[in-house]
Design a protein around this ligand. Structure first.
Ligand code: ATP
Length: 254
């Protein structure tokens, strides 16, 4: 059974323009699936639909065979632990009024299931936060700071620590490095890649940057105007049969 199955998903916002059109894909365990496309093509809308932050108009989204789409929060609750997200802006993702330790604890306190966790072990709050911060290569002392006392790169690492804290099967990474400088971007991508191997998590890695998607993913989908126009194994990026739009993206990347 597929970890995640997205079947014929359509989404239109109130202004009537179709944003997602017949989106189909599957995700496998322990894989990174890349989604690349220009700004405004519908990537974040897809991410929000997968996270049930937006309803879909048509189609289905199944996690290990169970429908997740258009569910109310209560019936979705048992599935929340399976899919976490790291989004573009870490400042918006961390509550400015909470110390890092309390932001880190939030998913575990809501959805954590220690019996199903293999890597992080909860005995007390401080020790748990220290394990998470170590996994993202941050000093344990940052736990007692507030978000404004961290750099952008440190904040994004803290949001990654929070996402992995309940060992979800899938993490949706929506432009996770776009707010960082080039050096921090490379370091965060390396960290994410290592964590996927270590934790056995699957990623949907969303970016407008083909080179980042290529570096991170085993399979790649290309989106244009809400339609997945091309999909291929990473090794086939330069194959002659690539869609003209993929070739356009490659010419920018070379
Ligand atoms: N909440 C919303 N209400 C109405 N329209 C929206 C909403 N969110 C996005 N859109 C529109 O849907 C289209 C797709 O936007 P989306 O953010 O999904 O694209 P994207 O590929 O993620 O872009 P970017 O890379 O710039 O974030 C755009 O035309 C956008 O204006």
């Amino acid at each position: 059974m597929n970890l995640l199955e997205v079947n014929h998903v359509y989404k239109t916002y109130d202004h009537g323009t179709a944003v997602l059109q017949d989106v189909n894909f599957t995700m496998e365990k322990k894989q990174c699936l890349g989604l690349v496309g220009e700004s405004g093509c519908g990537k974040s809308t897809l991410a929000r639909c997968l996270l049930n932050m937006e309803p879909i108009d048509k189609g289905s989204i199944l996690f290990e065979g169970t429908p997740l789409h258009n569910k109310n929060e209560r019936s979705l609750r048992p599935y929340r632990k399976n899919i976490q997200a790291v989004l573009q802006n870490p400042s918006a993702a961390l509550n400015p009024k909470l110390k890092i330790i309390d932001s880190l604890m939030d998913p575990y306190l809501q959805f954590g299931d220690q019996a199903k966790m293999k890597h992080f072990h909860y005995t007390n709050k401080n020790d748990f936060a220290a394990q998470l911060l170590e996994a993202v290569e941050l000093p344990a002392s940052l736990a007692n700071r507030y978000p404004h006392e961290l750099s952008g790169g440190q904040k994004q690492r803290a949001t990654i620590a929070r996402a992995i804290s309940i060992e979800p099967a899938i993490i949706i990474l929506d432009e996770p490095t776009s707010s960082l400088d080039v050096l921090s971007q490379a370091a965060v991508l390396r960290l994410l890649d290592g964590l996927r191997e270590q934790l056995g998590t699957s990623y949907l890695f969303i970016s407008h940057d083909l080179s980042a998607v290529y570096a991170m993913s085993q399979k790649i989908m290309v989106m244009k105007g809400g339609i997945i126009v091309d999909r291929f194994e990473k090794e086939d990026l330069f194959a002659a049969e690539r869609h003209p739009y993929t070739q356009e993206l490659i010419s920018m990347f070379e």
